[in-house]
Design a protein around this ligand. Structure first.
Ligand code: FAD
Ligand code: FES
Length: 276
């Protein structure tokens, strides 16, 4: 399929049935379904998942396989995600996508910093990079042990590297924010690339550390999304539309929007509000 035809196909809503539902934590479930268009997705891209009669929401792609199986990890936070959590194998959902750009696949010594469901696109990326990277180190953070996602799967893909887990309540790993062990890690080890996805305040700190140590960085952003194809303006950050220009941004692009990145977002009315 040519690229333009692929883009048109990507934006057409397809209905599909849920193949499996896996509970990852008290608030996160992984949903797997067949969709041959999203099966071609690259790490970092997202899809729009329609819950019939409720809403359509953006979700990062956790996995996409040649056999057509696609997975997303969904945290229960409000009406749409709660409705999705109530769904069972065999029930119908709608899919558009994949949308947005993707992470650059770099070779060498790689560091990934993830927080919460931000670990999902990093796991997809790690699987693609495992054979290319000379070292793959993960720093993964969450509020509690139960919210630390995909530790076992990350352990499987890491090569010649290690995994540092942090929790805010100290129930697993080191009791601190994910950014705390980064300071000492970057002081003693050299990396060619940092990939990060998670809470924006965390990514802002990761950006500052990457720049301090002269390391290339890519970060995946989340904003309110409706159309996902660059038309409605819901996802604007500075001069960028996250759905179309992102969701993956370079350090240089993030510096251009430094008055907003890690500081504010837009609400459903387009008003700038502080990040929680
Ligand atoms: C590119 C991208 C990738 C994402 N990937 C994941 C993922 O892999 N797993 C996951 O659990 N969540 C992901 N999200 C967030 C997810 O889209 C929201 O949690 C979901 O839309 C909330 O819907 P709700 O009705 O349950 O909650 P609501 O009660 O409507 O909202 C709760 C909060 O979720 C956010 N939100 C609500 N609607 C949207 C929307 N249309 N677009 C973006 N954010 C919204 C807002 O911050 C809001 O305050 C992603 C968001 C984006 C933009
Ligand atoms: S979601 Fe409509 S412009 Fe990005």
């Amino acid at each position: 399929m040519k690229l333009s035809a692929y883009r048109i196909a990507a934006n057409q809503l397809r209905t599909t049935r849920i193949l499996s539902v896996k509970t990852e934590s008290p608030t996160v479930k992984t949903f797997t379904f067949k969709d041959k268009v999203c099966a071609r997705a690259k790490p970092g891209q997202f899809l729009m998942l329609w819950i019939p009669g409720v809403d359509e929401i953006p979700l990062s792609i956790l996995d996409a396989n040649e056999d057509g199986a696609v997975s997303v990890a969904v945290k229960k936070v409000g009406e749409a995600t709660q409705a999705l959590h109530n769904k069972k194998t065999g029930e119908t959902i709608g899919i558009r996508g994949p949308f947005g750009n993707s992470f650059t696949l770099k070779r060498g010594r790689i560091l990934m910093v993830g927080g919460g469901t931000g670990t999902a696109p990093l796991l997809f990326l790690a699987k693609k990079l495992a054979s290319k990277a000379t070292k793959l180190v993960f720093v993964i953070g969450a509020k509690t042990k139960e919210e630390l996602l995909f530790i076992d799967k990350l352990e499987e893909v890491r090569s010649e590297g290690n995994l540092v887990a942090t929790t805010e309540d100290g129930s697993y790993g080191i009791k601190c924010l994910a950014t705390t062990p980064l300071e000492s890690l970057l002081a003693k080890e050299k990396f060619d690339m940092i990939y990060t996805c998670g809470p924006e305040q965390m990514m802002r700190k990761v950006l500052d550390l990457a720049e301090k140590h002269g390391i290339t960085l890519e970060a995946s952003l989340e904003r309110l999304m409706r159309c996902a194809i660059g038309l409605c303006g819901s996802c604007v950050v500075g001069k960028y539309r996250v759905c179309r220009d992102g969701p993956v941004f370079t350090a240089q692009q993030l510096r251009e929007v430094k008055d907003e990145f890690g500081i504010s977002k837009r609400d459903f009315n387009g008003k700038r509000i502080p990040l929680e």
